[in-house]
Design a protein around this ligand. Structure first.
Ligand code: GLN
Length: 531
């Protein structure tokens, strides 16, 4: 039977529950346990696919085509195992399932209520992954902050499960903030005490407190927290601000968080944690011998989280090249034909980001034109690839009015067009072309050399595609289509063979880059930028 670790958060949001959950998982995995993580989000959207990146950061996509919270990206990057639809559940999905069942008559005669019907559905989904029998430990992160109205059904479900599964099989880690008051020169424990009281009033005594802090937790503070929050001093864990999220597992190791978990869950200890690869990654990350400046051209640049997976993929690729990658955010809306040279001149390469809608498109196209003409390494992802196709059509093939149908419905030259299967679709949620699809790379091309193989599987999230009516025109004109979906013939990769590095991909390689498996496209792109 699997053991459960629930991770809740208190005091404020943005404390890094996802990173703490992923770090605990990493340490347990390093000790030989098979671990997975799931996240329950308390909002009413059925999935985060319909959320603006400004609201909730990037939407992460799994192999099986789930549009999920960006924390799942951290889980995959840390654990190096894929997640799935079952790993991310929202309140919207829970209610949708219960209401659908009610309409089918599943509860005929009964009043459908939060307890037990909503909590039963939450518990069913909490146990779902464990029921596959694949995992020794399932870590369940509850989004939001304890005390929010939205979180209550989840907290209640944990309370019930603890009772149903037995306390040896479940534990709760509560992540809180211990703020430093500079006027008093002291760390303050009161917000944590209140947050734990809040949990207690919902029937949950946290087993472990992980305390985010800017300063070391003294023995006195640890004792105080232990006394007032009713847990062992060894269960008070310091989580100091770290330079990188990838330092956190090592900080947690020093705090013996893994050993505390193992003893509380009465797990038989397996082995000393094997973190050789992780530590070597950190070593290279902290001691780069090269530096590059790469422009990230996009429209959501004000918010770091909007391009989370791309930024992390660059960290991994930097390490693989012993190189510090400085990402320079470039607001696509602000790029004009006039200022493009000034904006991009000091960069070693540009990545044109994925996105939706018209805003900033022309700026992206100017940036691509500059990169193409000046032999500046260019990497286009999804919308970035589509913009490269439009740019090439307009400026090389002479199709002046070429556009993507997404931006110009009436264009005479829709070099990027709505996919056939998208034409009848009116519903917005979960209806894009989502998840992993195969792609065949043409032998002897740059992209095939980068991957070192012909058949790849990459993840997607789009409605528009390269218009195959223009296939010959592009190939004859010098923009080669070098990766094709073997079933649908959809163009997945375009490249300019005699450019220093010019690759556009319809898929999202950033979703598959992990600490242990940096993505070859990012690794190779960074190498090209290093010149
Ligand atoms: N908006 C484009 C499409 O739907 C690109 C999507 C993306 O960049 N993820 O095809």
């Amino acid at each position: 039977m699997a053991k459960y670790i629930f991770v809740t958060g208190g005091v404020t949001s943005s404390l890094g529950k996802g990173i703490i959950a992923a770090s605990v998982a990493k340490l347990l995995q390093a000790r030989g346990f098979s671990v997975t993580i799931q996240k329950f989000d308390p909002y009413i959207n059925v999935d985060p696919g319909t959320l603006n990146p400004y609201e909730h950061g990037e939407c992460y996509v799994t192999d099986d085509g789930a549009e999920t919270d960006l924390d799942l990206g951290h889980y995959e990057r840390f654990l190096n195992i894929p997640t799935s639809q079952a790993n991310n559940v929202t309140t919207g999905r829970i209610y949708q399932t219960v209401i659908n069942k009610e309409r089918e008559g599943a509860f005929l005669g009964k009043t459908v209520q939060i307890i037990p019907h909503i909590t039963d559905e939450i518990k069913r989904r909490m146990l779902l992954i464990a029921n596959t029998g694949e995992y020794d430990i399932v870590i369940t992160e509850i989004g939001g902050t304890v005390g929010d109205i939205e979180s209550l059904p989840y907290i209640e479900s944990i309370r019930q499960l603890r009772w149903e599964l037995g306390s040896d099989n479940c534990l709760t880690i509560h992540l809180t903030l211990v703020p430093f008051l500079s006027a008093a020169g002291e760390l303050k424990t009161k917000p944590t005490q209140h947050s734990v009281k809040e949990l207690l009033s919902a029937g949950i005594q946290p087993d472990i407190l992980v305390c985010r802090t800017e300063h070391p937790l003294t023995q006195a503070i640890r004792r105080k927290l232990s006394l007032f929050c009713n847990l062992a001093p060894s269960a008070v864990i310091e989580a100091r601000d770290a330079a990188s999220i990838y330092d956190v597992p090592i900080l947690m190791l020093k705090e013996k968080l893994d050993l505390t978990v193992i003893s509380m869950l009465r797990l038989a200890d397996r082995m000393e944690p094997d973190l050789k690869k992780w530590k070597s990654f950190l070593g290279y990350m902290k001691n780069p011998v090269n530096e590059v400046k790469i422009g990230l051209v996009g429209k959501y640049i004000e918010l770091q989280d909007a391009y989370k997976s791309i930024l992390e993929a660059f960290v991994h690729a930097g390490v693989a090249n012993e190189c510090k990658v400085h990402i320079i955010s470039v607001a696509s809306e602000q790029i004009t034909k006039k200022n493009v040279e000034k904006t991009l001149k000091q960069l070693d390469g540009i990545l044109v980001a994925p996105g939706f809608g018209e805003r900033g498109i022309e700026g992206k196209i100017h940036a691509i034109e500059y990169a193409r003409e000046n032999n500046l390494p260019f990497f286009g992802i999804c919308l970035g690839m589509q913009c490269a196709v439009v740019e090439y059509a307009r400026n090389v093939l002479g199709l002046k009015d070429a556009a993507s149908r997404e931006m110009d419905e009436k264009t005479k030259n829709p070099v990027i067009d709505l996919m056939e299967e998208q034409k009848g679709i009116n519903q917005k949620g979960g209806t894009m072309r989502l998840g992993a699809y195969p792609c065949q790379l043409t032998s002897g091309t740059g992209i095939a050399a980068i991957y070192g193989k012909k058949d790849i599987l990459e993840r997607h999230r789009h409605r528009y595609e390269f218009n195959n009516a223009y296939l010959d025109a592009f190939n004859e004109g010098g923009l080669s289509t070098t990766g094709i979906n073997p079933e649908s013939n959809l163009v997945e990769v375009v490249e300019i063979p005699d450019h220093k590095w010019f690759v556009g991909v319809q898929f999202h390689p950033e979703y598959k880059s992990t600490v242990e498996n940096p993505h070859p496209l990012f690794v190779n792109f960074v190498e090209a930028c290093m010149g």
